[in-house]
Design a protein around this ligand. Structure first.
Ligand SMILES: C[S@@+](CC[C@H](N)C(=O)[O-])C[C@H]1O[C@@H](n2cnc3c(N)ncnc32)[C@H](O)[C@@H]1O
Length: 301
């Protein structure tokens, strides 16, 4: 029974269409920011759903091999909605300092919701950090940087991380490998092939993710754990849902780069993506989760 009961929340496509109706009734030109507001909430909710995905997959926030010490300092780069930091704040003593950094503060939770030992700041992690931050951190955490990096920018990021860490301390990194994927269902394989072509044209190269452990080794990090897996059971669907939403955002980003040159190709991919959305419970579209724990050099050289 879904048609005639009095359930007020949504369960499917028809309910989403109903949700959009107030603006169509009142006139969308009167409320030009309505769709933008929904889009922002979608992005934030996707990040929080991805946090749940990682949490259920890994079973922890802070890697259990990282020793907890009083007064330790933890940084997260590209913190987004800071869901990882907020989760940790609930588990660690208030003497632990948690600092989230992001190039943009649009997704930060409002100040009065932040615990006392949490600070969130705008900082570009692809340039050297201020001297006052160097050698201050016991842990640097990164997650889901796949679409942030372009050719050669990984070196700048790793230089930034090295600068922040105390000698012999930890980098914990969870990443999405968009090259080695698990894809099943009608239209999914051809969508993958076509979107990969678009990625190439937009200079989005995701190969660095599987090369990350060897790159960190050449940068003198000691790899403690390096694991590439697949999602199983209910996490397959959660990954598909969040990934399809992310691809919608990536396609919007690609439009900014290539929209003038390839409007038709992009429109076709958008359409193919919406077809995948419509049959989402029958489609598997998963990236591979990569988890890494490494230690910086014991002695500064
Ligand atoms: C996909 S989100 C991941 C957010 C968070 N790490 C998580 O897993 O929920 C990537 C984040 O990296 C941020 N970012 C992109 N380039 C950056 C840069 N150069 N320095 C710092 N943050 C950056 C984006 O603003 C965005 O919030």
């Amino acid at each position: 029974m879904t048609q005639t009961d009095d359930y007020v929340l949504g369960r499917g496509i028809a309910d989403s269409i109903r949700l959009a109706s107030p603006v169509s009734v009142l006139g969308s030109t009167k409320y030009p920011n309505f769709n933008m507001a929904i889009a922002l909430i979608l992005v934030i909710t996707r990040l929080d759903a991805q946090h749940l995905l990682w949490k259920l997959y890994r079973g922890h926030d802070l890697h259990p091999l990282i020793p907890m010490t009083d007064g330790m300092k933890i940084a997260e780069l590209g913190t987004g909605t800071a869901s990882w930091i907020f989760g940790l704040a609930r588990q660690l003593p208030p003497t632990v300092e948690l600092h989230g950094f992001d190039i943009c503060d649009h997704q930060f939770p409002v100040k009065n919701l932040r615990p006392q030992n949490v600070s969130l700041r705008v900082l570009d992690s692809l340039v050297d950090p201020p001297a006052s931050m160097c050698g201050q951190y016991d842990v640097v955490h990164l997650r889901m940087w796949a679409s942030n990096l372009r050719e050669n920018t990984i070196s700048a990021l790793v230089r930034h991380i090295k600068c922040l860490l105390k000698p012999g301390r930890y980098i914990q990194w969870e990443e999405a490998d968009l090259v080695h994927q698990r894809v099943q269902g009608e239209g999914a394989a051809s969508f993958e092939q076509n979107i990969n072509d678009l990625f190439k044209k937009a200079n989005l190269d995701y190969r660095w993710v599987s090369e990350l452990p060897s790159f960190l080794e050449t940068e003198k990090f000691k790899i403690i754990e390096s694991d590439t897996g697949v999602f199983e059971h209910e996490l397959v669907q959660l990954c598909t849902n969040t990934y399809l939403l992310a691809l919608r955002e990536i396609l919007q980003g690609i439009k900014k780069i290539l929209g003038q040159d390839l409007p038709l190709v992009i429109a076709e991919q958008e359409l193919a993506l919406y077809r995948l959305f419509l049959q989402n419970t029958r489609v598997v579209y998963n990236w591979s989760p990569v988890a890494l724990l490494a230690q910086s050099q014991e002695v500064e050289v």
